[in-house]
Design a binder for this molecule. Structure first.
Ligand code: NDP
Length: 297
């Protein structure tokens, strides 16, 4: 039996970064505009620090203006909101991203709502979510945008009429990816923890997007033969090798059981190096889009 084609997120992200870099150079040369991204990190969560560093490095490498604000974990809500307001008013900044999750005691929703929707490059503000749900131009969340780029790369421009099943309904991934699939004229089902007979729902999918956060939850026999599988999940688990596991070593796996799924699917994203690399590349692309819109270009 032939194996599914691997969807190479790393290569696709690199191609997108090159397009963004060229666009930034053009905006500088023709319009004197340098897109600017501000990333705010509160506290010292090690995973968040890695993400924030990578966002800073990649935006600078693309020629953007990039600033990182690091605040202590005990920062009061009012001080964080003041910083967001300062960035809203800063003409050199076109994109603002507050790294989530925030430390306990800070109200994530209130912080997101304080961001100017035109600078909300994470696409989490209710204005952007509303615009997306009405099919209006919006800054859409980065990971869902990345999923759509990978789907178009795999299946071509026309996804019309395909049955898409999205597992997960978070505002960060599940809901916005479902909206983008709907905009692409797919027939969309959103499944979640209360969905009955998840296996049958998944088996209907020409496109299956898994954003659950449960390691290897979706086995190969839930997948329609030939389907395209986008695995958003990032889960850290012990190595299968008992020696490595005993040393406490861990690895990353997706929500899909890659081994069995690969024997059934037509194409599949690996974890790591599937959806993951697309997220930061799409953040850069969103920042360029925001800069263009703010300047009316
Ligand atoms: P959330 O925890 O916010 O949402 C998970 C969703 O999965 C919820 O809607 C939940 O349903 C649903 N769910 C949970 N258990 C089940 C189950 N047994 N059966 C069916 N549905 C279930 O997670 P996120 O959306 O933020 O992230 C999902 C995954 O994607 C995580 O692994 C995360 O690490 C990863 N991720 C990866 C990114 C990347 O760059 N590649 C970026 C962002 C996230 P309900 O609503 O009913 O509770």
């Amino acid at each position: 039996m032939s194996e599914a084609r691997l969807i190479d997120g790393r290569a696709e992200a690199e191609a997108l970064r090159l397009r963004v870099t060229a666009e930034v150079a053009e905006l500088k040369a023709r319009h004197g505009l340098t897109p600017g991204l501000a990333v705010v990190l509160v506290g010292e969560d090690p995973a968040s620090e890695v993400y924030v560093r990578s966002k800073g490095e990649q935006s600078r490498a693309a020629g953007m203006h990039s600033v990182t604000h690091k605040l202590p974990a005990d920062t009061p809500q009012s001080a964080l909101i003041d910083l967001v307001r300062q960035l809203n008013a800063d003409p050199a900044i076109h994109g603002i991203l507050v790294q989530m999750p925030l430390p306990k005691g800070l109200d994530e929703k209130a912080v997101i709502e304080a961001i100017d929707p035109d600078k909300d490059v994470d696409g989490l503000h209710v204005v952007n979510a509303g615009r997306l749900s009405q099919g209006l131009p919006a800054l859409a969340p980065c990971t869902p945008v990345g999923c759509m780029i990978l789907l178009h790369q795999t299946l071509g421009e026309d996804l019309s009429g395909l049955r898409a099943v999205v597992l997960g309904r978070s505002i960060l991934v599940g809901r916005p990816v479902a909206q983008l699939l709907l905009q692409a004229d797919c027939t969309v089902t959103i499944a979640h923890s209360r969905t009955r007979d998840l296996a049958s729902v998944c088996r209907e999918a020409d496109i299956l997007v898994a954003a659950v956060g449960r390691p290897r939850m979706i086995p190969g026999d839930w997948i329609k033969p030939g389907a395209t599988v986008i695995d958003v999940g990032i889960n850290r688990v012990p190595f299968d090798d008992p020696v490595k596991a005993a040393e406490g070593r861990t690895k990353l796996v997706g929500d899909v059981d890659f081994k069995s799924a690969r024997r059934v699917a037509g194409a599949i994203t690996p974890v790591p190096n599937g959806v993951g690399p697309m997220t930061v590349a799409c953040l850069l692309a969103n920042t360029v889009t925001a800069a263009r819109r703010i300047r009316g270009i």
